[in-house]
Design a protein around this ligand. Structure first.
Ligand SMILES: NC(=O)c1ccc[n+]([C@@H]2O[C@H](COP(=O)([O-])OP(=O)(O)OC[C@H]3O[C@@H](n4cnc5c(N)ncnc54)[C@H](O)[C@@H]3O)[C@@H](O)[C@H]2O)c1
Length: 321
């Protein structure tokens, strides 16, 4: 296997790199393509090549993708609130670079399994209580619109036999380690992660607002599963709604209180951010994932398990205060 991960130095990209190396001894190379250099502790073997490049530069992509490439995981993106603030940058990275990547794969080797990471932000408008794979895309943000257009391109490149492509729509991932980012959903991790570090965090939406989430662990398993599915299993539109779990800030905080006691709530403020609240409220609150589960994709059981798994990963890196 000769693998490329765009955005591979980011949160999910780094997790994906580790999992791929553990799971597939037959990997020959993994090119991690990102604007930033891959953290040196993640270069665990000479199979891993950190390539600092801008995916909006097509000439760079033509040098990186070649006939030996077998899998390309396209994770690089300008995330939701950032793409909303900077329309031009979002169009360039989220839309035009994806089109360039598909075209470069088409020219290099049509058998490349191209896994595109989309988002539930492709949905919006007046959604039914539960959505499924037939629910129409009606994005309410520039980020969602850019992802939606790319999904159509991925599907058409696959339909034409140009690239063996598939889209996975990711739920909101929590708990994301590190620091807040420019995603509208950043608070979903922040309201748990920050108090665990004795730091304050704001919940900018109604605490009862349903949130559709997945643990990093399940989402990485599912991204890898998408890269291994037989093309015959991908009849019709090549987009998969990755399974998620319905929760809310209220339920998440209740789990945190069980762990840390009532006083932990003193670290939480509830200042509404209209822009974030509008974007997050436009996303699906629940999905019917029967089709995806039948294809072998996995889901989390409850938020408490997500929290427990997060605490375990943090223990391994450094003690939680
Ligand atoms: N984390 C989530 O909750 C979530 C939810 C839905 C969808 N997604 C999608 O999953 C993917 C990965 O998300 P993440 O949370 O790891 O994001 P991230 O911001 O941690 O990583 C994205 C990476 O892309 C890189 N990048 C951005 N522009 C680039 C460019 N022009 N050239 C090269 N590299 C560039 C960044 O440097 C960064 O390392 C994204 O496509 C995102 O839209 C994530």
């Amino acid at each position: 296997m000769n693998i490329i991960i765009t955005g591979g130095a980011g949160f999910l990209g780094s997790e994906l790199l580790n999992s791929l190396l553990q799971q597939f001894p037959n990997i020959e190379t993994v090119k991690v393509v990102d604007r930033i250099k891959l953290d040196s502790h993640l270069v665990t073997s000479n199979k891993v090549h950190s390539i600092v490049a801008d995916i909006t530069d097509k000439a760079e992509l033509e040098n990186i993708i070649d006939k030996d490439t077998t899998h390309l995981f396209h994770l690089a993106a300008i995330v939701s609130s950032h793409a909303e603030q900077d329309f031009e940058l979002g169009m360039l990275v989220n839309l035009k670079a994806t089109e360039n990547l598909l075209e470069c794969c088409r020219q290099a080797n049509p058998n490349i399994r191209f896994v595109f990471s989309s988002s539930l932000a492709v949905f919006g408008g007046k959604l039914p209580a539960q959505i499924d794979y037939m629910t129409a895309m009606q994005p309410s943000s520039s980020y969602g619109t850019q992802k939606a257009i790319c999904e159509l391109l991925v599907n058409d490149y696959a339909r034409k036999g140009f690239v063996d492509a598939i889209t996975v729509r990711l739920p909101t991932i929590c708990i994301r380690p590190g620091v807040p980012n420019k995603a509208a959903s950043s608070f979903v991790s922040g309201i748990i992660r920050e108090p665990l570090k004795q730091q304050a965090s704001n919940c900018p939406v109604d605490v009862d607002l349903p949130l559709w989430v997945s643990s990093p662990n399940s989402v990485i398993k599912n991204i890898i599963h998408a890269s291994q599915l037989d093309s015959k299993q991908l009849s019709g539109f090549r987009t998969v709604n990755l399974p998620g779990l319905k929760t809310s800030a209220k339920e998440m905080l209740a789990c945190l209180v069980k762990l840390k006691g009532q006083s932990v709530l003193e670290l939480i403020s509830y200042e509404k951010d209209e822009s974030v609240a509008r974007i997050v409220a436009s996303w699906p609150q629940s999905m019917n994932n029967e089709k995806e589960l039948a294809l072998g994709f996995v889901k989390d059981t409850d938020f408490n398990s997500i929290l427990t798994a997060y605490l375990e990963t943090q223990k391994q890196s450094k003690p939680i205060t």
